[in-house]
Design a binder for this molecule. Structure first.
Ligand code: FES
Ligand SMILES: [Fe+2]
Length: 339
C-alpha cells in the first residue's frame, strides 16, 4: 500500500489540472478524480462547464451516475436537481411550494476550458493555465489528444518529460537512436516568462511515421528543441526542424492520486493543415506509449529528496523540476527562480 506523499498536500489544490477533452463533457455528467477527490463535470444548457464534488448533499450519491435534465444535473438516487449555481432547484418528493433547504447545494469547484480541454482547480486558483503563444498564431493549428489514465505517479511523469537521457533506450521504436548518448547542456534558464528549462538539439530517427511532423524524407533529422516546465506538472517541448516545420507539445499530467494520473498532450504545428489531425499526432502518441510502458514498471512516487536517488549531470533538468516541486509542497513556491 502506497503511503500518500503529495496528492493530498494542500499546496497543490490551487492549480489548474486538465481532466478531460472538452468534447468528453457533452453534456455529461462525467466522473473524474483529482488529488484523490472525486468530482463530477457537466454542462448547463447554455454550454457552461461546471464541476463539483461528486457527492449529493442529500444522501451522498455520486452525481456522476445521474443525468442531465432541463433544469440541471439530476441525482440518480431521489432525483434532486441542481442548477447553474450548484443550488438545488427541484426536489421531486417535496411539494413545489415547500422551500428548498439552503443546505441542498453542491460544493462547486472552479472549472474552465482552455486549449480544447476541461480544467479544474480544487481551491481558488493561485496561478494561470500556462500561456501558449502559439495558440493565437494563425500559422499554427492546435490538436488535442484523448485524456488517458496512466498507472504512474505524476512525479515520475514530470521527471521523465524533463529528461532526454532515456531517448536512446526507451524510444528505440520511434525517434531514439540507440547508438547516440543524449547529453543535455547544463544551462537551465527561463525559456520565456512562463517556462523554465533548457535548449538543445538532437539527431532523431525519422521513420516513415515521423515524416508528417518533420517534413523531411531523410532517415535521420536534427531537432532543435527546448524543454521546460511550469509547476506543478506542465511540461512544454518545442521542436524545430530544418524544413521550417515546428511542433510544440504541452504535456499535462494530473494526479488522480499519488500513483495514478491522467495524461494528455496538446500539439501546435505549422504544417499546411492538410493532413487529418489524428495522423499528425499518431507518431507522438507512439512516443508517449513508450514512456507509459517504461514508467508503469516503476512503482510508487519519485522520492522528492533529490539525495534519495543517484543522479548525474544529465539529470539537471529533471532535478530542477524536482527541487522546485518539493519547495512548492513545503509552501515555498519559487516561481521561475532557478535551482
Ligand atoms: S442522494 Fe441525491 S437526491 Fe438523494
Ligand atoms: Fe520519453
Amino acid at each position: 500500500m502506497q503511503t500518500a506523499v503529495f496528492a493530498r498536500n494542500p499546496a497543490l489544490r490551487g492549480y489548474w489540472y486538465a481532466v478531460a477533452q472538452s468534447s468528453d463533457v457533452a453534456p455529461g455528467p462525467l466522473a473524474v478524480t483529482v488529488l484523490g477527490e472525486p468530482l463530477v463535470l457537466w454542462r448547463m444548457a447554455d454550454g457552461a462547464l461546471m464541476a463539483a464534488r461528486d457527492r449529493c448533499p442529500h444522501r451522498e450519491a455520486p452525481l456522476s451516475c445521474g443525468q442531465m435534465v432541463d433544469c440541471g444535473l439530476q441525482c440518480p438516487y431521489h432525483g434532486w436537481t441542481f442548477g447553474a449555481s450548484g443550488a438545488c432547484v427541484r426536489i421531486p418528493s417535496a411539494p413545489p411550494e415547500r422551500a428548498i433547504p439552503p443546505t441542498a447545494r453542491l460544493t462547486t469547484i472552479h472549472a474552465t476550458e482552455c486549449y480544447g480541454l476541461a480544467w479544474v482547480s480544487l481551491d481558488p486558483p493561485v496561478a494561470d493555465i500556462p500561456t501558449m503563444g502559439y495558440d493565437g498564431d494563425t500559422r499554427f493549428r492546435r490538436i488535442t489528444t484523448p485524456v488517458e489514465v496512466w498507472q504512474v505517479s505524476a512525479t515520475r511523469m514530470a521527471d521523465n518529460f524533463m529528461d532526454i537521457a532515456h531517448l536512446p533506450y526507451v524510444h528505440t521504436g520511434t525517434i531514439g537512436r540507440a547508438q547516440d548518448a543524449c547529453d543535455p547542456p547544463l544551462t537551465l534558464e527561463p525559456l520565456d516568462d512562463i517556462f523554465y528549462g533548457y535548449r538543445y538539439s538532437i539527431e532523431a530517427n525519422n521513420p516513415e511515421a515521423a515524416r508528417l511532423t518533420s517534413g523531411s524524407q531523410a532517415p535521420v533529422v536534427a531537432r532543435w528543441m527546448t524543454t521546460g516546465f511550469v509547476l506543478p506538472f506542465a511540461i512544454r517541448s518545442t521542436i524545430r526542424f530544418a524544413t521550417g516545420l515546428e511542433h510544440i507539445l504541452l504535456l499535462l499530467s494530473t494526479p488522480i492520486d499519488d500513483v495514478t494520473s491522467y495524461f494528455t498532450f496538446v500539439v501546435w504545428c505549422n504544417d499546411d493543415f492538410s493532413v487529418p489531425a489524428d495522423e499528425v499526432v499518431a507518431f507522438d502518441r507512439r512516443i508517449g506509449l513508450e514512456d507509459k510502458t517504461m514508467l508503469e514498471n516503476i512503482p510508487g512516487v519519485l522520492p522528492l529528496d533529490v539525495a534519495a536517488t543517484a543522479s548525474v549531470q544529465a539529470d539537471r533538468p529533471s532535478l530542477a523540476w524536482r527541487r522546485q516541486f518539493a519547495a512548492l509542497l513545503q509552501g515555498k513556491a519559487l516561481g521561475q527562480a532557478p535551482h
